[in-house]
Design a protein around this ligand. Structure first.
Ligand code: EPU
Length: 417
């Protein structure tokens, strides 16, 4: 199993090109199920989760091809197996994103129940409630959800809580439904709006994506299209925190600053100097960061996917910070590992109290999930001496060429087998 070896202490300096957003690419890939014509997608990041999704789609009968610049072309003129099996859903929860498009296109979808996952229970009741409101029938047997509908019908759906993939699933289902669907209390994440952009390029009629009310006028068929995936705001944020935590300075290019206002505000509060342009962000640091209280919440508030990285930053900040996680019930698994590097953190329910220490010391630590592993890499970059991050496959789910990008910034990092 691959590990990352990091010799900490070097301030990160230089430029990083941001990759396409994982959490926009995954739903956009599944949107290809909605048409029998080719969907050509550019800016798809080369990540384990993307490969898993492509395998899942290929297994259903989708033709998948890739050009030398990693453009992906998907054609679903025949869907032979509208099924997401346990083995794939177990490794990637986002597999549930096939539920909406398959039901709309094939009248049937069979998806393994997700079960537990490292960062919490993450049920799919809202996805199902929405599909049922559109007239789908549901059965559960042998650990699988089966959804059937002759043709989905537009409906007014009020989500009980804000769910990103839930909103995306229902938007895709509604695109081919008969009549108009209104999704209230919809997720406002930029990735939801990016998926809507792709659906509209395919001939769908989606309005309001990016706000909490999305209206979808169903159409009889969708056509092929070309679409470019938005830049990854969480990757952007992770490199900014890496520079802030190591006392460096970076320029991120090919990014979308307005998609991470809450993160930039926090970094300014930490004492960093930040400038932004249309598609770039620069960050310069000035001494040790100030401690930052953080509370995660749905977009546009502070993202849960940046909580672990800010925990690493707070571990060497001036002062004491309270970090509260409100989205997932078990997303503090990096705490025990950061403590092994010398961080002073106490967890009380869904809040972690982080007392800044003067330095961290390298150690062997184990990654438990994607963003936890990012925080451990940050810990390693800050720490004195060598850190080994074990189970680095978690990192490969969401960060494209991370060792290469960090090395270019001056980090001493290498992959060991
Ligand atoms: N929830 C329910 N019922 C549902 C759906 C969700 O109770 O039917 C709960 C979940 O248990 C959780 C909360 O609602 O407590 C929010 O979950 P959400 O559905 O919004 O999460 P998701 O769609 O499964 C996406 C991202 C996650 C990101 C969250 C929150 C993708 C593929 N994944 O997950 O990304 O953390 O939204 O922003 O878009 C990551 O990239 O590391 C990652 C985990």
């Amino acid at each position: 199993m691959d590990k990352l070896w990091i010799e900490g202490g070097a301030p990160l300096r230089g430029e990083v090109a941001v990759s396409g957003a994982k959490n926009a690419a995954l739903p956009i890939l599944t949107a290809a199920l909605l048409t029998d014509e080719p969907l050509a997608i550019t800016g798809v990041p080369h990540l384990r989760d993307v490969t898993t999704m492509l395998n899942l789609l290929a297994q259903m009968g989708m033709a998948v091809s890739m050009d030398e610049r990693l453009g992906v072309e998907l054609t679903a003129n025949r869907i032979t197996e509208p099924v997401a099996p346990y083995d794939l859903v177990r490794t990637m929860r986002a597999s549930v994103l096939v539920l909406g498009p398959l039901t709309a296109r094939c009248g049937e979808a069979r998806v393994s129940l997700p079960g537990g996952c490292a960062i919490g229970l993450r049920p799919v009741d809202q996805h199902i409630k929405g599909l049922q409101a559109m007239g789908a029938e549901l059965t559960i047997d042998h650990g699988y959800i089966t959804v059937r509908a002759k043709r989905l019908k537009g409906a007014r759906i009020c989500m009980d809580l804000v769910t990103v993939t839930g909103t995306e699933n229902l938007m895709m289902a509604a695109a081919l439904a008969q009549g108009t669907t209104v999704i209230e209390n919809a997720a406002r994440e930029p990735e939801v709006a990016d998926l809507a952009g792709c659906l509209n390029a395919m001939g769908a009629r989606v309005r309001g994506a990016g706000s909490d009310t999305i209206t979808v006028e169903g159409v009889d068929r969708l056509h092929g299209a070309r679409y470019q995936v938005m830049p990854d705001r969480i990757e952007t944020g992770t490199y900014l925190v890496a520079a802030a935590a190591t006392g460096g300075s970076v320029r991120l290019t090919g990014t979308r600053p307005e998609s991470l206002d809450a993160v930039l505000d926090k970094l300014r509060e930490a004492g960093a100097h930040i400038e932004t342009g249309a598609d770039w962000i620069t960050l310069e640091t000035n001494g040790a960061p100030n401690a930052l209280n953080v509370r995660t919440a749905p977009y546009p508030a502070f993202p849960t996917d940046m909580q672990a990285q800010f925990m690493a930053l707070n571990s060497i900040a001036r002062g004491t910070a309270r970090v509260t996680e409100t989205i997932f019930e078990n997303r503090f698994m990096h705490v025990q590992e950061l403590k092994r590097l010398g961080a002073d953190i106490e967890v009380d329910g869904n809040t972690a109290v982080v007392k800044g220490v003067s330095h961290l010391d390298g150690a062997t630590v184990m990654a438990t999930d994607l963003r936890a592993s990012a925080s451990l890499v940050l810990g390693g970059l800050i720490a004195r001496g060598a850190t080994t991050v074990d189970r680095v496959y978690h990192l490969d789910r969401g960060y494209e060429r991370i060792e290469e990008k960090l090395s270019r910034l001056g980090a001493r990092i290498k992959r060991i087998h």
